[in-house]
Design a protein. Structure first.
Length: 132
């Protein structure tokens, strides 16, 4: 018979494991959102300084940034100039192909891409390609 759960888990304490790890995103994600915010009329340099982000190594595909950087960028943007439907406007300004996983998903299911394009036509969304 197994021991009671409290006996098995009494030593499991996350604070004893050590410092918490910080979740990160690729620097390309930050660049995509920064460019989209720039197209929405926000000042890119002000967003970078508010987030404490340095793009000097942004050409390196292995560089990662803490997720808090993106939250700081979005928070600063909304504090300086609030927008209704901020998330959707940001999505509209994000080029198709900016996130390779989305492109792969649309390639795996071509009927999904057709439905997506039809939805964009019905809502008058502007479609952009990363190469534009």
């Amino acid at each position: 018979m197994a021991a009671p759960a409290k006996e098995l888990t009494k030593n499991a304490n996350l604070s004893s494991v050590g410092p918490r790890t910080t979740f990160t995103d690729p620097v390309q994600t930050a660049r995509v959102f920064l460019d989209a915010l720039g197209r929405l009329g926000y000042d890119k340099s002000a967003l970078l300084s508010a987030a404490g982000l340095d793009f000097s190594k942004s050409a390196d595909p292995d560089v990662r940034v803490p997720c808090q950087v993106l939250a700081a960028m979005f928070g600063y943007a909304m504090r300086t100039r609030p927008l209704k439907n901020f998330g959707m406007k940001l999505a509209v300004e994000t080029p198709i192909g900016a996130f390779p996983q989305t492109v792969e998903a649309l390639q795996l299911r071509p009927e999904g891409a057709t439905r997506f394009a039809g939805c964009c036509r019905r809502t008058s969304w502007r479609l952009r390609c990363c190469n534009d």
